[in-house]
Design a protein around this ligand. Structure first.
Ligand code: PAF
Length: 283
């Protein structure tokens, strides 16, 4: 596996495969890799001639300094994991490489309501930071396909929208959420849960599954209240939002007329760890 830390060395390396018309698959990450990330890399390897993974903890997408400081960083282990699954290229830039001093970070895209609801509401500026870094990374790597997990459903919608608006020639490939055997969605943040919190965590997915089973059978408002109460039966769980929204606009849905487009979304604090998850109610 080749490792690059500068944009110029990576782009020079990629010039040849790109000029030969080889397909490049790209998996952007913030490291602390888990089987969910590795699944994206494996899928990319199956579908492309060359796979590039980036590891960069993007400071401008954290709206909270302590969240950034506490974000797990396990670079040595990450490199081993990528090496083991034969990822071809890893890009591990420093902050100054991605955001040189004096260079403004802007992206002139109006995401409408997409970045105002749910995560957008509770983490102001987060999606702007995500969109800026993903746009930069896609311009550097110039992949044919880029892989994102559905656990970050809203992020996926934002990135699809951005790619659409900018006309970047890349196919965004959504990949299913990878879960622990007990249902907890894999996340780099899970390592911060205490043993007691980890034992409680599967109840999040259990509640989502129960919502899916009951979807369409009782009014949305009642079902939402039921889910919130169910999860918060445990005092360690503090819900930020539980929403049922449209799979594309993400806007809250008021009734089951479009159950075939509805997704349940949740964000909560378990202790001081913020977790998100979702379930498509139609699949
Ligand atoms: O999902 C993530 O890990 C990050 O938001 C991403 C897409 C790598 C951008 O920093």
């Amino acid at each position: 596996m080749k490792q690059f830390t500068t944009i110029s060395s990576l782009t020079t390396y990629l010039e040849e495969p790109i000029s030969k018309g080889l397909t490049i698959g790209f998996v952007p990450t913030m490291g602390a890799l888990h089987p969910g990330h590795l699944n994206l890399v494996k899928r990319s390897k199956l579908e492309n001639d060359l796979t590039v993974c980036s590891i960069f903890v993007n400071p401008i997408q954290f709206n909270n300094a302590s969240d950034l400081a506490q974000y797990p960083r396990t670079l040595e282990l990450d490199l081993k994991l990528l090496e083991n699954i034969r990822c071809d290229v890893v890009f591990t830039p420093e902050g100054t490489e991605m955001y040189p001093e004096g260079q403004e970070n802007t992206l002139d895209i109006d995401f409408g309501t997409l970045d105002k609801v749910m995560e957008g509401k509770f983490r102001p500026g987060h999606f702007k930071g995500v969109a800026i870094v993903v746009e930069k990374l896609l311009s550097i790597v110039k992949p044919s396909r880029a892989y994102f997990g559905k656990k970050d459903y809203q992020q996926l919608a934002i990135i699809k929208f951005m790619v659409d608006k900018t006309g970047m020639p890349v196919k965004i490939v959504p990949c299913e959420t990878i879960r622990e055997p007990d249902g907890l969605a894999m996340s780099s943040r899970n390592v911060r849960l205490t043993a007691a919190e980890r034992n409680l965590a599967p109840s999040i997915y259990q509640a989502l599954v129960a919502v899916k089973e009951q979807a369409g059978q009782q009014p949305i408002g009642i079902l939402k209240e039921w889910a919130i109460d169910k999860i918060q039966e445990n005092s360690a769980m503090k819900i930020e939002y539980f929403e049922i929204g449209d799979k594309e606009t993400l806007m809250p849905v008021e009734n089951w007329d479009h159950l075939d487009r509805s997704v349940a979304f949740i964000a909560l604090f378990l202790g001081d760890v913020r977790l998100i998850d979702n379930i498509e109610l139609f699949s």
